[in-house]
Design a protein around this ligand. Structure first.
Ligand code: C5P
Length: 206
């Protein structure tokens, strides 16, 4: 069983996908980490993330060991990721790795922006997870505050809106709900309720 989870920034896809994978005993791939790793590798090498040819070279040579870098989860890596993710050659370079992951016999859970539309269009279950931008920004602000990092809510909201606009507006595999994806709006749901709703969607689909 392949479960594809897509949605905008800070919608809680990662937590949900990880817990769904644990629930069904499936492997999980956070595909955002791939783009984050490419963005960070470029920054470290002093390369411009808007340079498509350089980004494609870095993506083609990506060392999977890089995915364990804790800095990848940060806001700066998220911004760099969305800049390198607009280049079609970067997306092409990361395609086999993602499809190969999804091909394991028991199936897998993948989350990202284009899993249901481009990476695994034949996924057994597709869920498009979203929440109002203000709700996503509030959750992210609170998460950071809990780690002792006080970032103004307005700044987080602006970053989320900017990333969503870039991800939805790009020509190559933009962020959008696949026609056969079930919409899961978590604006009024806590994590437990969101997981229960996702499990109900999977059960209804299989
Ligand atoms: O999901 P996450 O916030 O970690 O993704 C970081 C960025 O990577 C996204 O804003 C998006 O630009 C890009 N991305 C993508 N396609 C995916 C996963 C992530 O373009 N499947």
């Amino acid at each position: 069983m392949i479960i594809a989870i897509d949605g905008p920034a800070a919608a809680g896809k990662g937590t949900l996908a990880e817990r769904l994978a644990a629930h069904y005993g499936l492997a999980y791939l956070d595909t955002g980490l791939l783009y984050r790793a490419v963005g960070r590798a470029m920054a470290e090498a002093g390369l411009d993330p808007d340079d498509a040819a350089a980004a494609a070279r870095v993506a083609a040579a990506l060392d999977p060991a890089r995915l364990a870098d804790p800095h990848l989860r940060g806001r700066e890596a998220g911004e760099l990721a969305s800049r390198v993710a607009v280049h079609p050659a970067v997306r092409a370079a990361l395609l086999d790795l993602q499809r190969g992951f999804a091909r394991r016999p028991e199936g897998a859970v993948l989350d990202g922006r284009d899993i249901g539309t481009a990476i695994c269009p034949d996924a057994d279950v597709k869920i498009f997870v979203t929440a109002a931008p203000e709700v996503r920004a509030r959750r992210r602000t609170d998460e950071l505050a809990a780690k002792g990092r006080d970032v103004p809510y307005e700044r987080i909201l602006a970053e989320i809106l900017e990333r969503d606009a870039r991800d939805s507006g790009r020509a190559s595999a933009p962020l959008r709900r696949a026609e056969d994806a079930v919409l899961l709006d978590t604006s009024a749901l806590d994590r437990e309720a969101a997981l229960a709703a996702a499990i109900a969607i999977v059960e209804a689909a299989r």
